[in-house]
Design a binder for this molecule. Structure first.
Ligand code: NI
Length: 203
């Protein structure tokens, strides 16, 4: 339980930091400027490994919303809970689901090979794709999205480690830029409502 609390606390800190930065920029530059500057805070180009070992880039999804979550396939509870929320929310937005690409990026590339990721995400949603990479490409993507993670010893798991990580779902727009995020524990109904609103207002 304590690890879950730590993770949620870290996620809240990161989310709070984002809000803080946007607030600061609002003070410095005014609200119009802060919107464009704030969007640049989270996200960026990535080139990772998808199903069948194929290279998958963020730019492959231009024109669609990316719903991005970072975690790892052996995660006992945090990731399954978050991915289930995404899946349930996507099932509630009707036709708009065509505009959304759910993406699960591993923070444990050493254990999560492309086939492991493909099998894992298929348990959550048919549209979801799992991405892996090298420790370096994963670290770069995680840094761009301000994802905290670290390996910690866990004698009970395969290879004797687990991965603590922040748990935030990122919504990126059809232009690849940050739109909004959802903190851990967001209700699927709330996520679905927000997705519908954003897609309706922005197309
Ligand atoms: Ni997890």
């Amino acid at each position: 339980m304590s690890r879950r609390i730590l993770i949620v606390a870290v996620a809240a800190l990161i989310a709070g930091g984002l809000v803080g930065l946007v607030t600061l920029q609002t003070k410095l530059f005014g609200s119009a400027r802060s919107v464009s500057t704030g969007q640049a805070l989270v996200g960026g180009p990535f080139a990772l490994t998808g199903p069948g070992g194929k290279t998958v880039r963020d730019s492959d999804f231009r024109g669609k919303y990316m719903l991005i979550y970072f975690g790892f396939a052996q995660c006992p509870d945090i990731c399954p809970a978050a991915l289930q929320v995404i899946s349930t929310a996507l099932d509630q937005i009707g036709d708009k689901v065509k505009k959304v690409q759910p993406i699960f990026i591993t923070l444990d590339p050493e254990r999560d090979a492309p086939d492991v990721m493909a099998a894992y995400v298929s348990a959550f949603h048919p549209k979801m794709i799992g991405l892996t990479g090298t420790p370096e490409t994963i670290a770069k993507a995680a840094k761009a999205y301000r994802v905290f993670y670290r390996k910690v010893p866990d004698p009970g798991s395969a290879n004797a480690y687990t991965v603590d990580h922040s748990s935030i779902v990122y919504l990126m727009g059809p232009d690849g830029k940050f739109v909004t995020h959802f903190t851990h524990g967001t209700d699927p109904d709330v996520m679905a409502k927000r997705l519908k609103e954003v897609i309706k207002s922005r197309g």
